[in-house]
Design a protein around this ligand. Structure first.
Ligand code: FAD
Length: 935
C-alpha cells in the first residue's frame, strides 16, 4: 500500500486546481494496482506551467520511493529528441531535410547502392525510408564511440522493405542513422550534442545519456513480469541504440521538454528550436501519421501529438493536445508484452501500451474530453495468461502420465503393418516435435525472436521447457512405437520359423552368456533356418560388480540384476538348470521347473562361469560365499542381525564375536566387499547407540604377498592404506588354515568371528568341468584363441569356466570385462562357422582395473591413468551403469544412487525363511486357539 501513496502528500509533488487532481490521482492509483506497476511518475503541462507533477510507488526493490526527479528510461520517446537535434541542425543550415543521407554519411548503404543514394534525411525522420528493423544484437552494448557507426554499417547487409518515400515502416534503424548524421555534422558525439544543445538549455538536470551515470544519480530499477509478478532486472545499456530509444530522464525534466514543445521551442529565456522549426515539427500529415520525431493521432476532431517508449523493463508515453495547449507525460518502471492487449483501443494501430493508455486518459481528464473506454484490464489479462499456462502445463503433465497407458494399449493392439507404423510415427512427430523444431528455427533464424525473449521471458522460458518436455516425450513415443512394432514382427517371425537347419545353444546367461546371445541375435536372429536358445538357471542376469552396493542397500537388491527376456528379440530363452553337456550326442540336458529335457545343438557356447572354491580351506562350508544375488541378500541380513544381537548382548566375549567380520581372500572381490561392509556397518552404527565404534573388528586374510594380486601395485597399496585407516586388520601372506562355525585359524593365531565370508579363489562351474572336452587341470574348458574347444569344433567356451590363451601365452583372467568381449568374438565366430568362414582369434588388452570401497572412495588404473577418491568412484559407477544392457534398469540404478546420496542407510532386513516360519507359527497358534474355543 505504501507504494501507492501519492508523493504529493509527502511534499514531493506539485499540482494546480486547473486539472481534476483527485480524479487523476484515483485513476493512477487504480491503474497502477491493476497493472502491478512498482513505480509511476506523471506530469501535466498547460501552456508554460506545470499543473500536475506526482510520483507513486517504489523505484527499486529497496522500497525507495519514486519522485518526480527519479530518472526513468524513456525508450522510444528518445526519437523526438533525435529529431529535435536534426531540426536544430536544419535551423543552423547544416543539414537539409531533403538531402540524401549519403551527403552526410557517404558510405551509407542498404542493400542496393543505387536505391540507397535516394534515401533522404526527411524519409528517415518520417520512417518512410524503407529501412528494415535490425535485430542483430552484436554491437548494441558496445561502449566505445564507434558503436553507433558499426550498427548503421550493418544495414549494408540488409534489404529495403519498400521503395524510399512510399510507405511508413517503423524501424529504429532510421533514428540510429539520424543519430549518426548528428555526430558527423556536429563533429561531436551524439551524447555531447544532445547534452549541450537540448538537456542543458532545458535545464534537464536529472537526465542522462549513460546508464552508469544515471544509476549514480538514483535511476529507478526496471521490472519485467514473470507470470504477472514484477521482477527487478538490470538490462545492458545499448549505446548503439541510444538515438532511437535510450535517453534517461526524470519526469520533472520531461516537463521542461513539454514546455518547450508547447511554446515554440522556448523554455524560460532559452530556445531550443526556431518557431519555424517547431511548426515543421508539429505539422501533421493526413490521418494517423508519423512526422518529424512525433506520431500524429487523429481522435475525433482533434489531432494529438504523441510518442511512446518501451524497453524491456521501462515504458513511457507522451501526449500533446496542441489545440488545448496541454501536454502529458507518464513513465513507469515496468513492462510486460501483455500490455499490448491490456489497454483500451481506439487511438491508432500502435495502441495498447499501458502508459500510453494512461497518458491518453489523463490528457482527456485534464482537457475535459470524454474518456476512452477501458480495455480488458491488466489484472484480468494476467489471470487469463497464467490460467492458460497452468492449463497447458497440466495437459502436458497428463499427457506425459498417459504415455504408459497409451503404450500398453498399443502393445495390446499391436501395429499391424508398415502403413500403420508410418502413420503413428508421423502423428507422434507432428504432435511432439513441431514446437521444438519451430523454436529452434525461430531462435536461430528469426532475429525478432530476441526482442520477444527480452520482453516476455516468462512465456519464452515456459515455451522452451515445454519444447524440451515435448521433445523427450516425442523421442519416448517413437521408441515405444518402434518397440511395439518390432516385438510384433519378432513374434510373427518366431511363430513362422520352420525348416531349422542349425541350432545354437548358449548355456549360461551371465555377463558373458547374455552378451553372446544378444550378439547372436543381431547376427543370426533374422535367419529362419537358424535357431538360437539361451539357457540360464535364473530368469535374470547379475552384474556382479554391483552386488556390493546391493548388499549394503545403496542399491535396491533387484537393481543389480536384469531380467533376461526383455534383452532378447529372436532368441528362445529357457529358464532351466543345465545338468550335462553331452558332446557325443550333441545335446544339452536341462532340468526346468517341471521336467527335464534335451536340447540338441549344432553349436554350443558354454558360459557357465565359476563358483567359489570350497575345497581349498578345511571348514569352508562354515563360511558364506559372495557370488549370487541370494548371497548378497543373506549376507546383508546376517550383518544386520549381528548388530541387532550385539546391541542387547551382555557378554563381552560374545559381543566381540558378533561384531567381528572376517573376509578370507584379498583379491578384488574380497577387498571391495570389505570396503563396502566397513562403510555400511559404520553408517548403521548411528542406530545402535549401545555399540561403540571401537567394538567393531574387521579382518582380511590374503595368502599372497599383497592385496589384489591381480592388479597393479598402485591399486593394492591404496586398498591396503584405506582399509587400515578404517580399522581393518590386514593379514597378507597369511594363508588361513581352518574355518570353524564361528572362528578362523591361521598359523599365527585364531579369531572368533560370527561373520566369515570366503572369497579366496574360484573353480569352474561343475557342469562345464564335467563336459567331455579338453580341460585344464583346474577343470576349465581349454579353447583355442578363437574360443573354440581344442577338442571339439562344435563347442565354444569363454569367461570364468574357460581357459583361453592370450597373445602373451597366459590364459585371460576371470574378469567381466574379458567375458563380455570374448562373448562378442564367440558369437561372431559361430556365425562365421555357420556361413563357412574361418573363425578369428580373440585378442583383448585389459583396460585396467577399478575397485570401490564404499563412502565414495575408489581407485582405478585405466590405461595407465591412475585415479583415486571421488572421481575414481564416479568413473567406476558410470562405467558399470552402462554395462547394464537396458535403459530402464540404468535409470532405476541412477535413481537409487541419487536417493542414497541424500538418505540414511537402509536397515531393512527381510528374511523370507524366517517370515514363513513366523507365519506358520501364527497359523498354528490361531488354529489351536479356535480349537480350544470350539471345545
Ligand atoms: C561379487 C563379484 C564382483 C566382481 N567384480 C568384478 C569387477 O569389478 N570387474 C570385473 O571385471 N570382474 C568382476 N567380477 C568377476 C566377473 O563377475 C566374472 O568374471 C564374470 O561374471 C564372468 O562371466 P561369465 O559369463 O563367465 O560367468 P557369470 O557371469 O558368472 O555367469 C554364469 C551364468 O551361468 C549360470 N549358471 C551357472 N550354472 C548353471 C547351470 N547349471 N545351468 C544354467 N545356468 C547356470 C549362472 O546363473 C550365471 O547366470 C566379480 C565377481 C563377483 C562374484
Amino acid at each position: 500500500m505504501l507504494a501507492l501513496i501519492p508523493l504529493a502528500r509527502l511534499g514531493h509533488a506539485q499540482s494546480d486546481d486547473t486539472v481534476p487532481i483527485q480524479q487523476i490521482d484515483a485513476y493512477i492509483t487504480r491503474t497502477m494496482r491493476s497493472a502491478r506497476f512498482p513505480g509511476v511518475a506523471v506530469g501535466i503541462v498547460k501552456g508554460d506551467r506545470v499543473v500536475y507533477l506526482r510520483a507513486f510507488g517504489r523505484a527499486d526493490p529497496s522500497g525507495r520511493r519514486v519522485t518526480p526527479q527519479t530518472p526513468f528510461l524513456i525508450g522510444s520517446v528518445t526519437k523526438s529528441f533525435t529529431a529535435l537535434a536534426v531540426l536544430q541542425l536544419v535551423d543552423a543550415g547544416r543539414v537539409e531535410l531533403d538531402a540524401p543521407v549519403q551527403r552526410y554519411v557517404p558510405w551509407f548503404r542498404v542493400g542496393d547502392s543505387t536505391i540507397s543514394s535516394r534515401i533522404t534525411v526527411r524519409q528517415l525522420l518520417t520512417m518512410t525510408s524503407g529501412l528494415p528493423q535490425v535485430y542483430e544484437t552484436q554491437f548494441w552494448t558496445d561502449r566505445d564511440d564507434r558503436a553507433l557507426e558499426r550498427t548503421v554499417r550493418l544495414l549494408a547487409t540488409k534489404q529495403l522493405t519498400g521503395e524510399p518515400g512510399r510507405t511508413f515502416g517503423y524501424s529504429n534503424a532510421n533514428y540510429e542513422t539520424l543519430g549518426l548524421i548528428v555526430q558527423v555534422v556536429s563533429g561531436e558525439s551524439y551524447e555531447n550534442y544532445v547534452k549541450r544543445h537540448i538537456l542543458d538549455p532545458l535545464d534537464m538536470r536529472d537526465s542522462f545519456l549513460s546508464q552508469d551515470e544515471a544509476f549514480g544519480r538514483g535511476m529507478a530499477s526496471g521490472y519485467r513480469w514473470w507470470f504477472g509478478i514484477p521482477v527487478p532486472v538490470t538490462l545492458p545499456y545499448r549505446r548503439a541504440e541510444l538515438p532511437a530509444g535510450y535517453i534517461i530522464a526524470s519526469t520533472q525534466d520531461m516537463m521542461h521538454y513539454l514546455i518547450a514543445e508547447l511554446n515554440d521551442g522556448r523554455y524560460g529565456n532559452t530556445s531550443v528550436l526556431s518557431r519555424r522549426g517547431m511548426a515543421l515539427r508539429h505539422a501533421a500529415g493526413p490521418g494517423n501519421s508519423y512526422g518529424l520525431g512525433w506520431e500524429f493521432v487523429r481522435f475525433g476532431e482533434r489531432t494529438l501529438i504523441n510518442h511512446d517508449g518501451g524497453t524491456a523493463n521501462f515504458q513511457s508515453s507522451l501526449f500533446i493536445d496542441p489545440a488545448a495547449g496541454v501536454g502529458v507525460y507518464v513513465a513507469a518502471n515496468a513492462i510486460n508484452a501483455l500490455d499490448a492487449f491490456a489497454s483500451p483501443h481506439g487511438l491508432s494501430p500502435l495502441d495498447g501500451q499501458t502508459t500510453r493508455a494512461m497518458a491518453h486518459v489523463i490528457l482527456s481528464l485534464a482537457t475535459g474530453q470524454p474518456l476512452p473506454s477501458e480495455g480488458i484490464g491488466h489484472r484480468r489479462l494476467t489471470l487469463i495468461f497464467d490460467l492458460m499456462i497452468a492449463l497447458l502445463s497440466v495437459a502436458l503433465v497428463i499427457s506425459l502420465m498417459r504415455i504408459r497407458v497409451r503404450h500398453r494399449r498399443m502393445a495390446r493392439q499391436g501395429i499391424p503393418g508398415r502403413a500403420s507404423l508410418w502413420s503413428r510415427i508421423a502423428f507422434a512427430l507432428v504432435l511432439n516435435l513441431t514446437l521444438p523444431v519451430a523454436l529452434v528455427y525461430l531462435s536461430l533464424a528469426a532475429p525478432a525472436w530476441r526482442a520477444f525473449a527480452l520482453f516476455q521471458p516468462d512465456l519464452l522460458y515456459w515455451l522452451y521447457a515445454v519444447a524440451l518436455v515435448l521433445f523427450i516425450k516425442g523421442v519416448l513415443e517413437l521408441l515405444f512405437i518402434g518397440r511395439v512394432y518390432r516385438q510384433g514382427q519378432d513374434a510373427r517371425f518366431m511363430a513362422r520359423r520352420s525348416h531349422i537347419e542349425t541350432r545354437v545353444v548358449v548355456v549360461g546367461g551371465g555377463v558373458g552368456g547374455l552378451a553372446a546371445a544378444r550378439h547372436l541375435d543381431r547376427l543370426l536372429g533374422g535367419r529362419r533356418e537358424v535357431e538360437i536358445t539361451l539357457v540360464n538357471r535364473d530368469n535374470f542376469f547379475l552384474l556382479s560388480p554391483l552386488l556390493f552396493e546391493a548388499c549394503s542397500g545403496v542399491l535396491e537388491l533387484r537393481h543389480c540384476a536384469q531380467p533376461i527376456r526383455p534383452c532378447l528379440r529372436r532368441v528362445r530363452f529357457l529358464e532351466a538348470t543345465a545338468q550335462e553337456i553331452d558332446v557325443a550326442r550333441r545335446i544339452v540336458r536341462v532340468a526346468g521347473p517341471d521336467a527335464a529335457r534335451e536340447l540338441p545343438y549344432d553349436q554350443v557356447i558354454i558360459a557357465l562361469g565359476a563358483t567359489t572354491n570350497l575345497s581349498l580351506i578345511p571348514g569352508s562350508e562354515y563360511a558364506r560365499t559372495f557370488k549370487t544375488v541370494a548371497d548378497g541378500l543373506l549376507l546383508r541380513n546376517h550383518v544386520i542381525e549381528q548388530l541387532e544381537r550385539a546391541s542387547t548382548e551382555p557378554s563381552a566375549e560374545r559381543r566381540r564375536g558378533l561384531l567381528t567380520t572376517t573376509i578370507i581372500g584379498g583379491g578384488l572381490v574380497g577387498v571391495e566387499l570389505l570396503g563396502e561392509l566397513t562403510a555400511f556397518i559404520e553408517d548403521e552404527l548411528r542406530y545402535y547407540p549401545d555399540i561403540r565404534r571401537d567394538e567393531l573388528h574387521f579382518h582380511l586374510f590374503e595368502a599372497g604377498k599383497r592385496l589384489m594380486p591381480e592388479s597393479k601395485p598402485f591399486l593394492s597399496e591404496y586398498a591396503d592404506r584405506l582399509l587400515r585407516l578404517r580399522g581393518v586388520e590386514v593379514h597378507v601372506a597369511t594363508p588361513v588354515q581352518e574355518i570353524g562355525p564361528a572362528f578362523v585359524r591361521w598359523a599365527g593365531g585364531r579369531v572368533e568371528s560370527q561373520t566369515i565370508v570366503l572369497a579366496a579363489g574360484i573353480v569352474p562351474n561343475a557342469v562345464a568341468a564335467a563336459a567331455n572336452v579338453a580341460r585344464d587341470r583346474r577343470g576349465r574348458v581349454l579353447t583355442e584363441p578363437t574360443l573354440r574347444s581344442t577338442s571339439d569344433p562344435r563347442v565354444w567356451a569363454f569367461g570364468d569356466c574357460a581357459s583361453t590363451p592370450s597373445p602373451h601365452g597366459e590364459p585371460y583372467p576371470a574378469l567381466a570385462q574379458h567375458a563380455v568381449r570374448a562373448a562378442r568374438t564367440a558369437a561372431r565366430n559361430v556365425a562365421a562357422v555357420i556361413d563357412g568362414r574361418p573363425p578369428k582369434p580373440f585378442v583383448y588388452e585389459s583396460l585396467g582395473m577399478m575397485a570401490a570401497f564404499g563412502h565414495t572412495r575408489a581407485a582405478c588404473d585405466v590405461k595407465g591413468l591412475k585415479l583415486t577418491g571421488f572421481i575414481a568412484w564416479w568413473i567406476r559407477r558410470t562405467y558399470y551403469l552402462f554395462q547394464m544392457p537396458r535403459w530402464d534398469t540404468r535409470f532405476r540404478i541412477a535413481v537409487d544412487w541419487t536417493v542414497s546420496l541424500f538418505s540414511r542407510p537402509d536397515l531393512t532386513k527381510i528374511d523370507l525363511a524366517e517370515e514363513r516360519e513366523l507365519e506358520q507359527r501364527n497359523q498354528a497358534a490361531n488354529g489351536s486357539r479356535t480349537g480350544s474355543l470350539a471345545s
